[in-house]
Design a protein around this ligand. Structure first.
Ligand code: HMG
Ligand code: MG
Length: 298
């Protein structure tokens, strides 16, 4: 069966904007996050406390985060290491996300570490965040295919998932970083995780839409008991360290499907579409979301 309600983890301001070549002024980012919260999104990933040379698009995290004070939503931030956690905690962040990789190639490209070295880097970060009563999300990238290594064996993904839960992550988001997954693969991975004792209610799914499979993959995950779905307003996004990654599943496309299925999201689709239309204007290019385009031409 399908869930009655889905929690959308909105990543447009982070996963979306980290991959835009246009320089987006900090005030525009703040307005974007405010409008997303106003559209009913309850979890809006705000930015990353990573090395500014690695992701220059989010180098204004120190300026942006305080501008979001008082918003009635969870505003998680990405944190790769102790230095990132220091920066996030200093600004009062209460929700952080570490981000690992199921493959060696992407661990190297994204974190300059092996898989084991990156897990060792996260361990003290997660422990300290938990001591500070922060909520910790773990991301796992390349859960299906990797641009350098090809299809990723399910057992390899399960192993790193277990390691992230064992170090104390509260939830884990399964990333199809380059958007190559298909629904059967999604169900096979979820079945293997279930068999390995990973609780499905602590899993989220994070699909990029490169091959147009993100919605089908989402439906497959919902049928398997997943109720947290990552999406990016207007379909912004990609990943600067994974060639061939395109934007995330568009939040509007997701909401259109979920509402059509009678599944609650709390999102006002009209407000959300208006926000993505406005952001597309700021970026100087139309939204790739089919739903944004359809509703904008009504
Ligand atoms: P490194 O070069 O190995 O860093 O990068 P290091 O640990 O050797 O430190 C070198 C210098 O960087 C030091 O300064 C540190 O202080 C500084 P120095 O002593 O030389 O003057 N430094 C920092 N400065 C500010 N903030 C920090 C920080 N850390 C170190 N946090 C590192 C290692 C992890 C830092 C780097 O690889 C990095 O920042 N990577 C981030 C890449 C990234 O953000 N990628 C995108 C997010 S992941 C994603 O999009 C996938 C996802 O959407 C899911 C999916 O789709 O699959 C989540
Ligand atoms: Mg992503």
């Amino acid at each position: 069966g399908l869930p009655a309600r889905v929690r959308i983890h909105e990543v447009g301001a982070r996963d979306g904007l980290q991959n835009e070549s246009a320089v987006v002024p900090t005030e525009v980012k703040a307005e974007f996050v405010r409008r997303l919260v106003d559209a009913g999104l309850t979890t809006v990933e705000a930015t990353s406390f990573v090395h500014p040379k690695w992701v220059p698009q989010l180098a204004d995290a120190e300026q942006l985060y305080p501008m979001l004070a008082g918003l009635d939503a969870h505003l998680p931030v990405l944190v790769p290491n102790d230095r990132g956690l220091d920066r996030a905690l200093a600004l009062g962040a209460r929700r952080i996300a570490v981000f690992g990789s199921a493959t060696e190639s992407f661990a190297k490209a994204n974190l300059n570490r092996t898989v084991e070295e990156s897990l060792a880097m996260f361990t003290p970060v997660v422990a300290r965040a938990k001591e500070e009563q922060a909520h910790v999300r773990g991301y796992l990238s390349m859960c299906f295919g990797d641009p350098w290594e090809g299809p990723v064996p399910v057992a390899q993904v399960v192993r790193v998932c277990r390691a992230l839960f064992d170090m104390g992550c509260d939830e884990l988001s399964l990333g199809d970083t380059i958007g190559v997954a298909t629904p059967g693969h999604v169900q096979a991975l979820l079945a293997a995780l279930n068999e390995a004792g990973v609780p499905t209610d602590r899993l989220g799914v994070h699909f990029h839409d490169t091959y147009g499979q993100a919605l089908a993959n989402t439906l497959a995950a919902l049928q398997h008991g997943v109720t947290t779905v990552d999406a990016s307003a207007g379909g912004l996004g990609g990943c600067p360290y994974a060639k061939s990654a395109t934007g995330n599943l568009a939040t509007e496309d997701l909401v259109w499907m979920l509402h059509g299925l009678g599944i609650e999201t709390g999102v006002d689709l009209g407000r959300l579409t208006a926000t993505s239309g406005w952001m597309a204007g700021q970026l100087g290019r139309p939204s790739p979301s089919r739903t944004v385009r359809a509703l904008s031409h009504k």
